[in-house]
Design a protein. Structure first.
Length: 181
């Protein structure tokens, strides 16, 4: 329930200001008791949930969230990776930075960083697709068309394209048997 509330608060937050697609979105946050694991630092799964907040905020601030909602289009995460450098602890303030990296023919890519006093504590890369509530996918070119935000005109760094290919699973309608070799 706590993440639902955080998502709603982020979605309806006022006064954050607008951003262009080339700018980094920032959210100032604090580690809460409910974020901790048994080792008393922020749980690794919580980082991924907090990253949702940054993506919601960025879509809102670039002016795409309301238009996508009106059209019945929503983002889903296809794959993500995160690297941890230092632990975030109870009460610690940090900034979540989020920026678009680029697109391929099917997905958009974002980088997100957990930053304390200018130092990166963790960094995640996310591959996201956009779906229609009535069925079907929306590619970056169509997203640019319906939102007016240039999501399709940024070339991907080569390592991101390799990563996306290396971690891809078969399409949802294709067989994907769990066979260990």
């Amino acid at each position: 329930m706590h993440m639902l509330l955080r998502n709603l608060l982020t979605l309806f937050r006022r006064g954050a200001g607008s951003l262009s697609i080339d700018q980094v979105g920032t959210l100032s946050l604090r580690v809460r008791l409910i974020d901790l694991d048994l080792l008393r630092h922020m749980n690794n799964g919580v980082y991924l949930s907090i990253m949702d907040l940054g993506r919601i905020d960025l879509l809102k601030r670039i002016g795409a969230a309301a238009r996508l909602r009106t059209l019945g289009i929503y983002p889903v995460i296809v794959s993500q990776t995160i690297t941890f450098r230092r632990s975030l602890e109870l009460g610690q303030r940090y900034v979540l930075e989020t920026r678009f990296l680029g697109s391929d023919e099917k997905a958009t890519y974002l980088e997100q960083r957990f930053v304390v006093d200018g130092e990166i504590y963790a960094r995640g890369v996310v591959r996201a697709r956009f779906l229609r509530a009535k069925g079907g996918t929306v590619g970056p070119a169509e997203l640019t068309e319906v939102t007016g935000v240039g999501l399709d005109d940024r070339p991907l760094p080569e390592w991101i394209a390799r990563w996306a290919s290396d971690v891809a699973l078969p399409a949802s309608r294709a067989p994907a048997p769990s066979i260990w070799e």
